[in-house]
Design a protein around this ligand. Structure first.
Ligand code: HAM
Length: 429
């Protein structure tokens, strides 16, 4: 038997209402904040991610699904969507049409990580990118949007963490300070962190290994070395969040796993999902557009993991969704037989007629295709949470009538077959 690829998941009909609920909330929220949807391809040239996210990041060096297509072009399934959106922004000259582009997306991303609860190889993100302004109001707006969505899902156990990585010159200077601090402690670091000492020194802050954490506890912090502009912008972000009532923590160790960030970075973590606790993350990337060949344009954005968010909702039992239901289930009273082909045809035509008229009248309905007994058809009706069943057949049908039953109170009434409007109004009531 062929099975699904490790780290991928089927989203089955029993779970789909949660996804629809989340997707509707996202679209409503982005509409509230005036963001427009953008859909970019799920695969791009490998160079886009290598250059955009950074060669030395875990994502690019270890996690990408990269392959050559038949014309020997190196293709990568998108591990995230900021690079793709920026590529599209440049290629489609979106900046020339609109001085500030506020964009959002929802879609599948791919990373070959070790699967565990809340970590998949194909997962879904929603995210937003605002391109064209250096204003820290937009950094704050990103946090506000993410927080608004998570709060509206009923999530409680949330912590908003913010940090500033400053401008690149400051960061380069600071890296030297950090290198100095770690120089004589390097041999005590874990193997992974020793490697990062040379390739991506800031990421040592991310290490979950005890020895590394002990050493980094007393390390000098980038936030104490910020330039004036970054400091001012960071203050605006803090003031904004305070003003709109979003509690936050400044976390000077929040360095994020992608190389494109400048100034503000943030994450919202949940205490309800175990070790993969980051529900969303983002920040400012003022140099990325230029680095990818566009005209210098500042940007800021975030992305959130939808599986993780739904896991948090499940663990906190925060979603109380109505059960799926249909308005009516049509029950065929006389089973199909070889003996009475004429009746058989009449019933079938009536089922077709009724079901299509109901659907045209915006009433959801279904009927049996498997020639099942009345009892079995009733079981189906209950399984689908039908509000009404309509019996088609028997003596009533021969008299030109239909029997309609309200399944919530058991009330039944007979109506004339021609009186479709009455049937409709009962079901709609
Ligand atoms: P990221 O932190 O790599 O940022 O991912 C954002 C979110 O995607 C994470 O917080 C997590 O919820 C979810 N996520 C990441 N990897 C997985 C996985 N393997 N399985 C399940 N969920 C996962 C970015 O992707 C940036 N593009 C965010 C951004 C947008 N920054 C600026 N603009």
């Amino acid at each position: 038997m062929i099975k699904a690829i490790t780290g991928t998941k089927d989203i089955l009909p029993v779970d789909i209402s949660k996804w629809h609920y989340l997707e509707n909330l996202l679209r409503e929220t982005f509409q509230l904040f005036n963001y427009k949807e953008i859909r970019t391809p799920i695969f791009e040239e490998t160079a886009l991610f290598a250059r955009g996210i950074g060669e030395e990041t875990d994502i690019v060096s270890k996690e990408m699904y990269t392959f050559k297509d038949r014309s020997e072009t190196s293709i990568t399934l998108r591990p995230e969507n900021t690079a793709g959106v920026v590529r599209s922004f440049i290629e489609q000259s979106l900046g020339a049409q609109q001085s500030l582009n506020k964009l959002y997306y929802i879609g599948a991303m791919f990373r070959q990580e070790r699967p565990q609860a809340g970590r998949l190889r194909q997962f879904h993100q929603f995210g937003a990118e605002a391109l064209g302004s250096t204003s820290p109001l937009l950094d704050s707006e990103m946090i506000q949007i993410a927080y608004h969505i998570l709060k509206n899902l009923g999530l409680k156990n949330l912590v908003v963490k913010i940090n500033s990585l400053g401008i690149p010159e400051v960061r380069e200077n600071y890296k030297n300070v950090l290198r100095d601090y770690l120089k004589d402690k390097k041999d005590n670091l874990s193997e992974e962190s020793r490697k990062r000492f040379d390739t991506n020194i800031l990421r040592i802050f991310d290490s979950k290994i005890e020895v590394d954490q002990q050493i980094m506890k007393d390390a000098p912090l980038l936030i104490d070395y910020l330039d004036e502009q970054s400091k001012n912008d960071f203050n605006v972000v803090k003031n904004y969040l305070t003003k709109v009532g979003i509690p936050f923590e400044v976390d000077p160790a929040l360095v994020r796993g992608l190389d494109y960030y400048t100034k503000t970075t943030f994450e919202i973590v949940s205490g309800s999902v175990g070790s993969q606790s980051a529900l969303c993350g983002g920040g400012r990337y003022d140099l990325l557009v230029e680095e990818l060949g566009g005209k210098a344009t500042p940007g800021v954005g975030f992305a959130a993991g939808m599986e993780r968010i739904l896991l948090a909702c499940e663990n906190e039992k925060s979603l109380n969704l109505p059960q799926d239901s249909i308005d009516a289930y049509l029950i065929r009273v006389d089973s199909k037989t070889e003996q009475n082909l004429e009746l058989d045809l009449k019933l079938e035509l009536e089922l077709i007629n009724l079901s299509s008229k109901l659907r045209q009248g915006n009433i959801s309905c279904d009927y049996d295709y498997l020639n099942r007994s009345i009892k079995a058809q009733m079981r189906e009706a209950n399984k689908f949470n039908a509000k009404y069943v309509v019996f088609v057949g028997g003596d009533e049908f021969n008299r030109g009538e239909l029997n309609i039953k309200n399944l919530s109170n058991g009330e039944q009434q007979l109506i004339k077959i021609e009186d479709f409007e009455k049937l409709k109004s009962i079901i709609k009531s």
